[in-house]
Design a protein around this ligand. Structure first.
Ligand SMILES: C[S@@+](CC[C@H](N)C(=O)[O-])C[C@H]1O[C@@H](n2cnc3c(N)ncnc32)[C@H](O)[C@@H]1O
Length: 296
């Protein structure tokens, strides 16, 4: 495979061995990567399937799409810059089918490492957090234009943040807030005691989920992806937080545990998680959970 070598890896693919062991890519199979990111999983899977013409790499982030385009210069791979709900909808409408589909959810390392993307608590940047740079609404709008009740709901529901009420009050008092470090400091001021992780961790997660409609798109993508699978095809989803995992677990169980009418089979009943060795070499993998189903 003519995959161009990069000097350094921008994003380390998580649970790489487990992805290969459970998705079992075979020569000739067609592959749809719904979150191609920086091409780590795609490279591993395509090196087994070697079916480039039948494969599609999708991401909603223009920088990620530009990167995978530059990385995989094989004739015939299709690149789709879209969110995975709309991408799967369009692929269904065009009659495409796949043997293997992977969604590795959430943000990539460049999202967190590049201050100007506005995802990082520790690197000061604009209040952005959009995965798709062409989207109109950013974190700035959610932080500065939401009502106190709306903010509280976002922080409580998407961040499971116990101090949602106090934090939203502090945010309203401090507005306008323009940067990630300003926001992190305002959130910190709502905490009186020392916390193990940064006090803004849950709130930043909540805002990111809201800005990118992460749970809504996941709920829409799952049935579309199952419809896109050939019989015997496999769908893998890697989640990084409990709300995502609950959605995936419930969808898979609801369609696998229905007796004769079951449309899916669980490949792993319990999610696969990273080994201590993987976590020590890539701490960002620590909350990853991989669930895989096959289509009956
Ligand atoms: C964890 S990274 C994927 C990394 C990739 N598996 C690799 O090995 O390089 C997640 C990627 O998914 C993309 N993403 C997140 N939500 C998405 C969605 N709803 N639709 C399309 N892409 C999405 C992000 O832009 C990011 O590039």
């Amino acid at each position: 495979m003519k995959q161009k070598q990069k000097n350094h890896i921008l994003h380390t693919p998580v649970l790489a061995n487990e992805v290969l062991a459970l998705l079992k890519p075979k020569a000739g199979e067609t592959y749809l990567d719904l979150t191609a990111g920086y091409g780590g999983h795609a490279g591993l899977i395509l090196s087994k399937t070697k079916n480039f013409k039948g494969s599609v790499l999708c991401d909603r982030d223009q920088e990620a799409i530009d990167h995978v385009k530059a990385l995989f210069d094989q004739e015939g791979i299709e690149f789709v810059k879209n969110d995975f709900y709309n991408a799967t909808k369009l692929l269904l409408e065009s009659g495409r089918r796949f043997d293997i589909i992977l969604a590795d959810l959430g943000v990539s390392s460049p999202h967190l490492d590049k201050a100007n993307r506005g995802f990082s608590i520790l690197r000061d940047g604009p209040l952005d957090m959009r995965m798709d740079q062409s989207q109109t609404l950013s974190a700035f709008d959610f932080v500065n234009k939401s009502s106190e009740t709306e903010l509280e709901t976002i922080l409580r529901v998407y961040g499971e943040e116990p101090r949602a009420k106090y934090i939203s009050r502090k945010i309203i008092e401090a507005r306008p807030i323009n940067s990630t470090s300003e926001l992190a400091n305002v959130i910190k001021s709502a905490y009186k005691t020392h916390t193990k992780s940064h006090p803004a961790t849950k709130s930043f997660q909540a805002l990111r989920i809201a800005v990118n409609d992460e749970l809504g798109l996941l709920e829409g993508m799952l049935p579309n992806s199952v419809s896109l699978l050939n019989p015997g095809g496999r769908l893998g989803v890697i989640t990084f937080q409990s709300m995502e995992d609950r959605i995936v677990k419930k969808y898979f169980n609801d369609h696998a545990n229905t007796g004769y009418e079951a449309t899916l089979t669980l490949i792993n009943k319990k999610p696969h998680i990273p080994s201590p060795t993987e976590i020590s070499s890539n701490p960002r993998a620590r909350s990853a959970k991989l669930r895989v189903v096959s289509k009956n």
